[in-house]
Design a protein around this ligand. Structure first.
Ligand code: HEC
Ligand code: HEC
Length: 319
């Protein structure tokens, strides 16, 4: 039997596929391609719709509302000029590109990083503090409520607790060798530099200081995610890149080979970026620390270099 949301969203889906560029390429070969994306523009007029739309704006144009260059200093929550959507593609609607669809009902959840049960507000703030290299939003403020309203809207009809297919990034085979940053540099030059630029600093929409963010976001350097972010871990980064980059790629038709994705991810993350203090406090239960967390302390005797670049299977096997 089809879940109810399929019926509810079937009509909106066709419209959304045209409205949202990231969604057009989703194929039709599996039942799960009836991906529950609907368009908040279709909501009845009123405060709820306005709030959901503000939440979407915060995901799409984060830098314009809470970025480091906005006029009111107290509204500067992000430390960089990225947008949430730079990683959560299609405003969080693109399947397997760190989608936010269905995420509302999986929180609160246990998180190894803090070794405690965390709420969705705390998870959003995790990305503010790390991916956005900034500070936490007040949990009862207008912005947090709007982001939650939008994620709840995207999760409409999906049962509480259901791990929906298409969340996160798809699994990918490990390499038997360490990722190779020298090979990664040439993969980058051929496939990425055109947009993200040879120096990795991207291209701004306007001028520095105008709070207009990026046409092509930076991948390292002072305006990028910090070293405590998920994207700084090689497995998370390689999986995202293979399923989502170069722009226009979807998980169904990756552009890069598995090998190229690992090596280019290693190359990107071998450059300097903002440093988050006290990373040794992450994963206080060390048995929960992911093998690719590239900072000490570790439970095992594998060198830092291997946690950074792999190969990861021997570390997993030793556990
Ligand atoms: C640099 C890339 C990047 C940016 C920018 C970013 N995120 Fe994330 N976000 C991630 C990654 C990677 C994960 C998954 C981490 C993991 O593996 O647990 C994640 C996870 C999440 C989750 C949990 C999703 C789930 O499936 O459990 C939420 C909610 C979230 N981000 C919200 C936001 C919001 C809101 C913003 C903007 C303020 C944002 N993120 C900006 C990379 C990013
Ligand atoms: C055609 C232009 C284009 C190409 C080529 C391209 N990207 Fe991107 N990339 C983008 C855009 C645009 C975004 C932000 C997506 C959005 O906001 O919708 C992005 C986002 C990203 C992000 C997450 C955001 C951040 O700033 O960290 C990473 C990582 C990334 N790209 C890596 C790569 C890698 C690696 C390659 C080469 C294999 C690549 N990209 C090729 C345009 C491109």
């Amino acid at each position: 039997m089809k879940p109810k949301w399929i019926t509810a969203c079937a009509l909106l889906l066709a419209a959304a596929a045209f409205a949202l560029p990231g969604v057009t390429a989703l194929g039709a070969q599996t039942p799960s391609s009836e991906w529950p994306v609907s368009d908040p523009e279709g909501l009845p007029e009123g405060v709820w719709k306005d709030t959901v739309l503000y939440g979407r704006d915060l995901i799409v144009d984060t830098y314009a509302h809470v970025g480091p260059e906005v006029i009111e200093p107290e509204m500067r929550y992000s430390g960089n000029n990225l947008a949430c959507q730079n990683c959560h593609l299609g405003a969080g609607t693109q399947r397997y590109s760190l989608s936010l669809v269905g995420v509302y009902g999986v929180f609160p959840t246990y998180m190894g990083r803090e070794n405690e049960v965390r709420t969705l507000e705390e998870r959003v703030n995790g990305c503010f503090e790390r991916s956005m290299n900034g500070r936490a939003l007040p949990v009862d403020g207008t912005e947090m409520k709007a982001i939650l309203a939008y994620i709840q809207f995207l999760s409409t009809g999906i049962p509480i607790g259901e791990q929906i297919e298409g969340r996160g990034s798809p699994d990918m085979p490990f390499l038997e060798r360490a990722a190779d940053t020298v090979r990664g540099e040439s993969v980058y030059a051929r496939n990425c530099a055109l947009c993200h630029q040879p120096d990795g600093q991207g291209i701004r929409n306007g001028e520095a200081g105008d709070a207009k963010g990026y046409l092509y976001p930076p991948l390292w350097g002072p305006d990028s995610y910090n070293n405590g972010a998920g994207m700084h871990r090689l497995i998370a980064s390689a999986r995202f890149i293979r399923a989502s980059m170069p722009l226009g790629t979807t998980f169904e038709a990756p552009s890069l080979s598995v090998e190229d994705a690992w090596d280019v991810a290693a190359y990107i993350n071998s450059h300097p970026r903002p440093v988050r203090p006290d990373l040794d406090a992450d994963y206080p239960d060390r048995t929960r620390k992911p093998v690719d967390a590239p900072f000490p302390p570790f439970l095992d005797d594998f060198p830092l270099e291997q946690h950074r670049l792999g190969p990861f299977q021997p570390i997993l096997d030793a556990r």
